[in-house]
Write a protein that binds this ligand. Structure first.
Ligand code: NAD
Length: 399
């Protein structure tokens, strides 16, 4: 077994920081069978100066302004992709053809066609493993919900009610890549519904059979053009074009859809960047015959649990603090009970599980690979068809 694994990161902004932090600290929190080495971080040539500062701050050994070269000639074992969605396919296919392992940010791609190509390349690359950073699976509360369903504690599932609400996408937010269809694929939908579709599939262990109907809306049709990105999700700090020119937003600001699961559950999903008053409210409620769970990322250390098997006078929502090592997934890697963890720890825990998987060990809870993330991408696609053609779409229609 190799003692170390050299990582090549493509992209160096928001997720670049989250992943760098994960690779930098994973070996301190977890006992790992392989040591991850932060070999090379790459970005576009225009980012050369930023890249030098970034590498020094996050302790990457080298920088590259040519990710293809980094893959071809660099001594890299795993390629980690944190670029806008339209670049995922190119990078992933090149890395797989060169025999590397690949960890790609979500959604798998901007489009179903790109995602299909990626799955094909993954199947061909027999000695490579693929991973997709559906990081919310590794919030201890979400992983616990997954385990409770596996243990039959919810019984038959009646409802899945999921929404991912943000409010940073108002008219003041410029035309970042996230509002350009050619780069992002879709807007709030691929960005946020992707997470809650994955989370619903992950917790229930069930697959969506049909998207029954959907609403897609672009409220803000034009946004300021920018010359530099600014580096923040909302484009704060971005340099606007000198003549204050505007360009068309070509993605949804929100997409809501209804669906049926194969097991019969009735489900609703809502993703929006205009839910004023909700900054990162990634939430899911699942109601079963024996119990129910509620999760809200803004209180990510907690899982709400309703035990419907209790006599009715004792029933009520329990607020479980998912921070007890030995009881709650991942908690033993971090701090004593109720010494809270945060956003970044989901990425650290995912890095740990990926390293374990590469050493042939079992992750604490399942990781999404390209094939798994493709199932989420199919649902994303079905919801777009349902919204645009104003009809129900059976998943069997989406290959
Ligand atoms: N898991 C999560 O919770 C989460 C959160 C945010 C974003 N994401 C995903 O992560 C990915 C990146 O998002 P982000 O928020 O970090 O974006 P970002 O705009 O902050 O960073 C993108 C990076 O990619 C680089 N880049 C752009 N085009 C490139 C190209 N052609 N070749 C090489 N590098 C290129 C940019 O210079 C920048 O460094 C997206 O797929 C997004 O959906 C996931």
């Amino acid at each position: 077994m190799a003692k170390s694994m050299r990582i090549g990161l493509i992209g160096s902004q928001f997720m670049g920081r989250a992943h760098s932090n994960a690779w930098m600290s994973v070996g301190s929190f977890f006992d790992l069978p392989i040591e991850p080495v932060m070999q090379t971080v790459s970005d576009l040539p225009a980012e050369r100066e930023h890249l030098t500062r970034f590498a020094a701050r996050w302790r990457w050994h080298e920088t590259s302004t040519n990710w293809r070269k980094m893959i071809e000639i660099g001594a890299i074992d795993l390629v980690d992709i944190v670029t806008p969605n339209h670049v995922h396919r190119e990078c992933a296919v090149a890395a797989l053809e060169a025999g590397k392992h690949v960890a790609c940010e979500k959604p798998l791609a901007g489009t179903l066609d790109d995602a299909r190509e990626m799955v094909k390349a993954a199947k061909k690359a027999k000695s490579s493993k693929t991973f997709v950073w559906y990081n919310y699976r590794r919030c201890p509360a979400v992983a616990l919900a997954h385990q409770l369903v596996r243990q039959g504690r919810l019984g038959r599932i009646y409802h899945v009610r999921a929404s991912y609400l943000q409010d940073w996408g108002g008219p003041e937010t410029p035309l970042l890549w996230r509002f350009q269809g050619k780069k992002a694929g879709s807007g709030a939908h691929g960005d946020l519904n992707a997470h809650i579709i994955d989370m619903a599939r992950f917790i229930t262990g069930d697959e969506i059979a049909e998207v029954t109907g959907a609403i897609e809306e672009t409220f803000i049709k034009e946004r300021d053009l920018i010359e530099t990105g600014g580096g923040e999700i909302s484009g704060k700090g971005a340099k606007r074009s000198a003549r204050k020119r505007k360009g068309r937003s070509t993605v949804d600001d929100c997409l809501l859809f209804l669906a049926r699961f194969k097991g019969g559950a009735a489900a609703s999903f809502e993703a929006t960047r205009l839910a004023t008053g909700n900054q990162n409210r990634n939430q899911v409620e699942i109601n079963g015959e024996k119990g129910a769970i509620k999760f809200d990322f803004e209180r990510m250390n907690e899982l709400l649990w309703w035990d419907h098997t209790l006599e009715s006078r004792l029933r009520g929502w329990s607020r479980i603090m998912c921070t007890t090592g030995g009881d709650h997934p991942y908690a033993d890697a971090y701090w004593p009970p109720a010494h809270l963890i945060g956003y970044e720890h989901c990425f650290v825990s995912q890095a740990a599980d990926m390293v374990k998987a590469l050493a042939g060990r079992k992750p604490v809870v399942p990781l999404a690979d390209f094939e798994d993330a493709y199932q989420t991408q199919r649902v994303l696609h079905a919801a777009i068809v349902a919204a645009r053609e104003k009809r129900a779409v059976k998943m069997s229609e989406v290959k």
